[in-house]
Design a protein around this ligand. Structure first.
Ligand code: SF4
Length: 586
């Protein structure tokens, strides 16, 4: 017997129908998570589909380790991205993965669109289409969560995914907020929800999972759990979270600052993980079935506007990427101001990285006279001016004029209209993450299927180069990035959080499969990883993506990076090598 999730719940929002199919063979061949999701996306998404039309499906997939092993806590979402026009893939923890599996599913496919606002309540084998007009237009996604928590059963075991105003307004980088503080952040899943008039999804279930070899399972579980709780890197994730990276990257001169005009922020210490922990840390949270608990919440005491000496304490999540994008990237060094910005993007349901990078581009475009004060709706955007940025974020979500409408489609789009391409820091259409370490980081953003730092972690190759002084050839670098991304397809098909990639090595994964009745070798796993990466690349190409046509923002050549000069010729060569390798992946 093989213990694999094999059932797929199909939902048709247009006809308000649902049905369940058993697709065991799909999970056997493509494992789960990213592997299964890309195949379902190929099946369900017609070529050249408009990302904001009913034809664009939303796929959620979990993996065979979900519910069995710690930190297999992510859900993969796939869709066609309204931001890049090709592959949309986003991963989220919270309780999402466990709830989907405990409801009895390996994947959920959502098709069509509703004519009126709706939210989906999936409780085990039943799916309910619930009227959502009363929570549509609600200004704050926290409040929507609170209402759904009161209305739906399954407390403690359910997941609640919902969009904010940004998703309703179809902002191309709107996110989906899960359990508050966790997100399907990147590439605009929130806008796809919004286009389907889908406000939220609640999933719950209380199944139990069978085992082939309980004794072997207990042993391997103990081994993984011990590795996770005793690992020094996991301990750091627990203590400071990813915000532990602010100071080191700043010292390295790799922290993008003021739209990457610089890579070193003079106020970094004040917004570092250490300072946040000392002055604001109020709580740590974990995704379901994760002993690491890396989610850090700051407690911010804020006065009520009209009541003197009355305060509310807000819990606001922070991590490295959000500190970079709404901190150093727009020159915010005051931690309280930064937290207010983070709170606003959470309430509105925006991707914090894209929002910060969009504001940074707009600030420089206004400095250079490319956009006027009329276009910003009366705002004079200035580095470090959080009050003005808060207003700009609200104008953006309310889409008050043509400028904010363009900005809501991402800076690739906005810079096509207003100029400033050379400092529009988007790669493959996706706003850049917080690493200006060197060539490998930027190549990773370009080559990676999601144009994210998580695809192949080029920044860590750069940091190794800085530490050892040992450079790689362009051929070696490209190979290393693609191999890393191919291996990560296995992790994301098992839906293991990438933070545990140093623990879930091939030999451990092979051992962990056995009590579930499955046999793999390192070679067979790696082969599946390459196959999944190839399928993702083919989907992108099918939708018009061309590696050798990618725009490279000039700014990355102008601001020096710690791993050495970034040369245009090196990038051009790497892109053409990558194209050849990805096309011919075995
Ligand atoms: S390490 Fe953090 S992000 Fe990863 S599963 Fe655990 S709590 Fe979630």
């Amino acid at each position: 017997m093989k213990v694999i999730p094999s059932k797929i719940l199909y939902i048709d929002l247009s006809r308000r129908r649902f049905w369940i199919e058993d697709r065991k063979e799909l999970f056997e061949e493509w494992v789960g998570g990213s592997g299964v999701a890309i195949k379902l996306l190929e099946e369900e998404c017609p070529k050249n589909a408009n990302p904001l039309e009913p034809e664009n499906p939303i796929i959620f997939a979990v993996g065979p380790f979900t519910g069995f092993y710690p930190i297999a806590s992510k859900t993969v979402a796939m869709f066609k991205s309204p931001l890049t026009g090709n592959l949309g893939e986003s991963h989220c923890g919270g309780r999402s993965a466990l709830a989907i599996r405990m409801a009895g599913y390996g994947a959920i496919v959502i098709k069509g669109a509703s004519e009126t606002p709706v939210y989906l309540a999936i409780h085990g084998e039943k799916a309910y289409f619930r009227e959502a007009s009363a929570i549509w237009n609600m200004a704050n996604s926290y409040t929507v969560g609170r209402i759904l928590r009161d209305r739906e059963p399954g407390a403690g075991a359910r997941t609640i995914m919902r969009i904010g105003r940004a998703g309703e307004k179809l902002i191309s980088y709107a996110c989906v907020v899960t359990e508050t503080y966790r997100h399907f952040g990147r590439l605009g899943l929130g806008a796809v929800f919004g286009s389907k008039k889908l406000k939220a999804i609640v999933v719950s279930g209380r199944r139990s999972l069978p085992l082939v070899d309980p004794k072997a399972y207990r042993e391997i579980y103990k081994e993984i759990f011990t590795l996770l709780v005793e690992s020094p890197s996991m301990k750091k994730y627990h203590e400071l979270g990813t915000s532990m990276n602010v100071n080191p990257l700043n010292e390295l001169k790799a922290l993008p600052t003021r739209n990457l005009k610089e890579a070193n922020f003079d106020e970094a210490e004040k917004i570092s993980g250490e300072s946040f922990a000392k002055d604001f840390l109020g709580r740590r949270l974990a995704c379901a079935h994760c002993p690491v608990s890396c989610i850090h919440l700051a407690a911010l005491r804020m006065p009520y506007d009209s009541e003197p000496y009355f305060y509310k304490t807000k819990m606001i999540s922070y991590d490295y990427e959000t500190i970079y994008s709404l901190g150093s990237m727009i020159g915010i060094g005051n931690p309280k101001e930064l937290l207010k910005l983070l709170d606003e993007v959470e309430a509105l349901g925006l991707d914090a990285i894209s929002t910060g990078v969009a504001l940074a581009w707009a600030t420089e475009a206004q400095e250079k006279g490319l956009i006027s004060i009329n276009e910003t709706n009366g705002l004079n955007l200035k580095w470090g001016d959080a009050e003005t940025y808060l207003k700009a974020i609200r104008f953006l979500v309310n889409q008050v004029n043509d400028f904010y409408k363009a900005l809501g489609k991402g800076i690739e789009y906005a810079s096509n209209i207003y100029g400033g391409k050379e400092f529009a820091l988007a790669f493959g259409g996706n706003e850049m993450p917080g690493y200006h370490t060197g060539l490998a980081a930027h190549l990773g953003f370009l080559i990676g299927s999601r144009h994210s730092h998580l695809d192949c972690a080029g920044y860590s190759i750069d940091q190794k180069i800085v530490a050892t002084g040992k450079k790689s050839t362009i051929e070696e670098l490209t190979e290393e990035l693609i191999n890393e991304e191919a291996w990560r397809q296995i992790l994301s098909s098992l839906v293991i959080c990438f933070f545990a990639r140093g623990i879930y090595k091939p030999e451990l994964i092979i051992k962990a499969f056995k009590p579930l009745g499955m046999e793999f070798t390192e070679d067979s796993l790696k082969k599946i990883g390459r196959k999944i990466l190839k399928a993702k690349y083919e989907f992108k190409v099918r939708e018009g993506f061309k590696l050798n046509k990618l725009r490279i923002p000039e700014r990355i050549f102008q601001t020096s990076a710690p791993a050495g000069e970034i040369l245009k010729e090196s990038i051009a060569k790497a892109l053409s090598l990558a194209e050849e390798k990805l096309t011919n992946l075995p």
